[in-house]
Design a protein around this ligand. Structure first.
Ligand code: ACO
Length: 324
């Protein structure tokens, strides 16, 4: 059978870095009280990056994709599939992937977005793996790109301190050997209300609330349990055990969720790639951003076994086990 393998990673953060103290001051001007101590203690977040208001997700996706192409030693013209995971697309339609394709200067290959919120990257990677396995594609760009700053309610201190903007990308190529060892995806739509942006466009207006709403405690409780199940499922499918994992690269929502997941898998925190302190929660971009960070800092090395796992609105969750 045909397998798929990651051959290059890349990422991009918008230049404006907002520390907790910067945010505390901005919120104080609105009469909203929070503190660096509260944010660090509850989430592990110390800073996040925000894109300028006129910079859409595709503008973050393109430099991340170019960095991944360069790492893989490929040109954009070599790519025959682009999937962008995003919940903050440039437009209602067409897809951000179509916009990215054009900005990369290529045409003709299939492109589409995947919308699974913070699980978007593991969903997109799973779809790309399947399209490579069945011969539809040979060299895919899989990108997570988000501008969550657009949908944050800066009058709601329980959510606006958590998120950031950014993009991460991988090149996934057909290979005779894996690569991706196992994937596992799930969703349960009964939890739509605990994490959503309920508004929609109708009759030329946004109807309903266009900003993010979250029941943080409900999300927290669900997240640790479903992540553990997804992790165990991919290990079982691949005939591996917890001891085979070199690095856990989880969705970077909250350090306490990551600690809880690592503990359940009997993994020390030294085996977890952590970027949440510096990026905040960048939704679908967080896993490829963390992966690229791990690769470029030399933490994560070729040949190692990585467990990628995500959880987010929907509720959606999933995991990908792979050899780099
Ligand atoms: N600054 C100061 N105080 C705050 C802030 C803030 N930014 N936000 C909330 N508080 C207050 C609350 O008002 C509350 O005050 P009260 O006790 O007087 O009522 C107190 O802090 C405690 O609030 P809780 O909501 O109970 O705090 P909790 O410990 O649950 O932490 C948090 C909140 C960080 C959101 C937590 O529930 C969490 O991490 N949930 C997971 C959600 C998550 O990570 N979502 C990301 C998106 S989904 C995903 O990616 C998986």
């Amino acid at each position: 059978r045909r397998y798929s393998r990651i051959t290059g990673t890349g990422s991009y953060l918008p230049p404006r870095r907002v520390t907790n103290d910067d945010l505390v001051a901005e919120l104080a001007a609105r009469g909203i009280e929070t503190s660096d101590e509260w944010i660090v203690e509850r989430t592990g977040i110390q800073a996040r990056h925000f894109a300028a208001p006129d910079v859409p997700a595709s503008e973050l996706a393109v430099p991340a994709a170019q960095a991944a192409l360069q790492a893989a030693g490929l040109q954009a013209s070599d790519i025959d599939l682009i999937i962008v995971a995003t919940s903050t697309p440039d437009m209602v339609f067409p897809s951000t992937a179509a916009i990215v394709q054009h900005k990369l200067g290529i045409a003709g290959c299939p492109v589409f977005d995947v919308q699974a919120v913070c699980s978007g990257f593991v969903y997109a990677l799973t779809v790309a793996d399947a399209l490579i396995a069945n011969g539809t594609a040979h060299k895919a760009l899989v990108i997570g790109a988000e501008v969550f700053s657009r949908i944050l309610d800066f009058n709601d201190r329980t959510t606006c301190v958590l998120f950031g903007d950014g993009a991460g990308a991988v090149v996934l190529e057909a290979s005779d050997t894996p690569g991706i060892l196992a994937t596992d995806l799930h969703a349960d739509g009964k939890h739509v209300g605990i994490l959503c942006v309920p508004g929609h466009v109708s009759g030329g207006q946004v109807l309903g609330d266009p900003l993010l709403k979250m029941d943080g405690q409900a999300v927290f409780k669900l997240a640790v349990n479903v992540l553990d199940k997804a992790a165990r499922a991919v290990l079982q499918k691949a005939g591996k055990t917890e001891a085979d994992i070199d690095w856990l690269i989880p969705h970077q929502a909250n350090i306490r969720i990551m600690q809880g997941t690592a503990k359940k898998l009997h993994l020390p925190l030294e085996k977890v790639v952590v970027t949440v302190h510096d990026h905040g929660n960048t939704s679908a971009a967080s896993i490829p951003l963390a992966l690229d960070h791990g690769v470029r800092t030399g933490q994560v090395k070729p040949g190692q076994t990585l467990l990628l796992e995500g959880v987010g609105g929907g509720f959606t969750w999933g995991a990908v086990l792979l050899d780099l």
